[in-house]
Design a protein around this ligand. Structure first.
Ligand SMILES: [Zn+2]
Length: 620
């Protein structure tokens, strides 16, 4: 695609260019001797300590000094330093980087240690704002190549935050921006985040929209005849706007992009950590062009504007290949479009990465090793069911088994699993796909989602005839999933004998670690918390909002699970059409912890808020 860009590897991110390299390992070597007298900037920067000569000795000596400093401040032990030095001389990365990778030091601790070592200040990019005017001084490609973020002007000097400073790096930046530069230190991940959020791909959309409007205006003036779809080149404004919207979506970790025509404008919204956020409003006139462009990319029929359509496209974003699933629908305001971003580089989680408590994880992984029967994941849309299904598959898959899937869509490609994607046009539904799988001698079958009676019947039959079936169901919790089957008209004894267990789940947003602070919940929140078995009366936390979490107070998510395991007692209750309450109280008596209990446990640990638990428990 037009805007594919080379991704910087971390390893070369802060290394000064060859032109100014004076030693084999510039990052730590010359920086360690951040001298004052011989350098243009230093006289005005009082924080720079007097230091030896600008020509540093061997890198080993410099590493050793940094290492000794770290030991001296009790951040690492002598043994850890030795191990890190050995690994570092083999890999060629910087000492600090090695220590972080080995889990010896956190990035924050490393930043403070480097700051003390070099005599620089630490920049808090999470709290302090970058002066937007300085962003124009350092172009985005320079910022990414050097992993350097401009912060503000300090007199004539431009303050720039970097992860691992060196004099070569400072000089190189100084040359590139054409003015004196002084360095400050920040953790590498903060720098990467700051670059992604400040150099917004959508930042230049305004100009593109203007260009679009002037072209449209002149075209309309030139000819009142219907100019339907003029051919558009790669540099056409609409094409670039679509590219920028998708690029920004990836950088913001969005799972979905919504392009929605509404009164006089087109809204662009991203779904991030499960919640929609408005990103852009564009003039209404550009809406049809945007949707047409996306439809062309996704091989959809651009003349058809009334019927809903589905399509898929593959695009390179920041050096990563990304699959995007497109769905359009005609609203009364015009054609709207939703894009689901499927990042193929995301690795599939293993079961023990899902965040299940140890006992739940053990019980679940024992259950999914059963040779036949059915396991169901239950939850609303966006509760992480697909992740659990995939983790389950990678747990049970082995060369002695034929593992087959029917999915809508295939979100991750396993090397040794036979995956089928539903295709309405070709007549492949979950039910027909599942029937064709059964003729392929399968051992393990994944049915992406059970939505209809026919699929349910075939799945139950397969589970009863010697296959292990795992699937997901849209239901509030484990018990209501069993009742969904009963309501579909599946015989109760069939359900009782085929289902091994149901895992109900939700994803809760985690409190942002950068702005976490204690607070007093509202009386309503406290009521909910105590009703759910919570015992605290103080010591609650929330995020106050900061740059790092787009001022939402939340960053990333964590799963909560309730695992209902079919026991003889529960089977009898299911056969007898017991109510949901009867089933639930029996399951709890037999040791099931409900999602609500688990979520309240996360509140007690300061991982999430009561407000977030309430929001997630009442969604379906
Ligand atoms: Zn925050």
């Amino acid at each position: 695609m037009a805007f594919a860009r080379k991704k910087n590897k971390d390893s070369d991110a802060v290394v000064a260019p060859e032109a100014v390299m004076t030693t084999p390992e510039p990052a730590l070597v010359s920086g360690s001797s951040a001298a004052t007298s011989t350098m243009p900037m230093s006289s005005s920067n009082g924080s720079l300590p007097g230091a030896p000569s600008p020509k540093a000795p061997a890198s080993g000596a410099s590493n050793k000094r940094l290492g000794e400093q770290l030991i001296g401040s009790r951040l690492i032990t002598a043994e850890q330093l030795e191990a890190a030095l050995a690994a570092q001389s083999a890999s060629g990365e910087r000492l600090g980087e090695t220590l972080v990778r080995q889990g010896v030091l956190t990035e924050q601790a490393l930043a403070h240690a480097l700051a003390a070592f070099f005599g620089f200040d630490v920049a808090n990019l999470r709290r302090d704002n970058v002066d937007p005017a300085t962003l124009t001084l350092v172009p985005e490609n320079v910022a990414r190549e050097y992993m350097a973020v401009p912060i503000r002007m300090n007199g004539a000097q431009l303050e720039v935050a970097v992860a691992e400073p060196s004099e070569d790096l400072r000089l190189a930046l100084s040359q590139l921006v054409g003015r004196p530069v002084s360095l400050r230190i920040a953790p590498l991940s903060d720098i990467r985040w700051a670059i992604d959020s400040h150099y917004q791909a959508i930042g230049t959309v305004g100009k593109l929209v203007q260009a679009f409007e002037s072209v449209e205006g002149s075209r309309r003036r030139a000819a009142d005849t219907a100019v339907e779809e003029a051919p558009v080149g790669d540099d056409a404004p609409v094409v670039q706007v679509v590219d920028r919207i998708l690029t920004q979506a990836m950088r913001d970790r969005a799972s979905d992009v919504h392009i929605e025509p509404s009164e006089g404008v087109v809204r662009v919204r991203y779904r991030i950590d499960g919640a929609l956020k408005e990103i852009l409003t564009l003039p209404a006139a550009i809406g049809p062009g945007l949707v047409s462009r996306i439809k062309i990319m996704a091989n959809m029929n651009i003349v058809e504007r009334r019927r809903p359509q589905d399509g898929q496209l593959t695009i390179m974003i920041d050096g990563t290949e990304v699959d995007v699933r497109v769905a359009t629908a005609a609203t009364i305001m015009g054609e709207s479009c939703v894009m689901r971003i499927l990042d193929k580089t995301r690795s599939v989680l293993r079961l023990n990465d899902l965040g299940m408590p140890k006992d739940t994880h053990l019980a679940y992984s024992k259950m999914v090793r059963s040779p036949f029967g059915m396991v169901i994941c239950a939850g609303p849309t966006g509760s992480g069911k697909t992740t659990t299904l995939y983790a389950t598959l990678s747990e049970v898959s082995n060369p002695t088994l034929n593992v087959m899937t029917i999915e809508d869509p295939v979100e991750y490609v396993f090397p040794s699993i036979n995956q089928i994607q539903t295709n309405d046009q070709a007549g492949i539904t979950f039910a027909t796909g599942l029937k064709s799988i059964l003729r392929q001698d399968p051992d393990v079958i994944l049915v992406g989602e059970i939505r209809d009676v026919e699929t349910t019947r075939v799945a139950v039959q397969s589970a009863l005839t010697g296959h292990f079936v795992v699937s997901s169901l849209h239901a509030t919790d484990s018990v209501s999933a069993l009742h969904r089957f009963l309501d579909m008209g599946i015989e109760s004894f069939m359900i009782a004998s085929s289902v091994l267990g149901v895992v109900g789940q939700r994803l809760l947003r985690r409190i942002c670690p950068s702005c976490k602070a204690s607070y007093t919940p509202t009386p309503e929140e406290l009521d909910f918390y105590h009703d759910g078995g919570g015992t605290l009366s103080t010591g609650f936390f929330q995020g106050t909002g900061c740059n790092f979490c787009s001022h939402t107070g939340y960053k990333d998510r964590i799963g909560v699970y309730e695992l209902l395991i079919m026991t003889p007692e529960l089977r009898r209750l299911v056969v007898g059409w017991a109510t949901q309450e009867e089933l639930r109280s029996m399951a709890v008596r037999q040791g099931m912890r409900t999602m609500r209990q688990e979520a309240i446990g996360l509140v007690d640990q300061g991982i999430t808020t009561i407000e977030e638990v309430i929001r997630s428990m009442y969604t379906l």
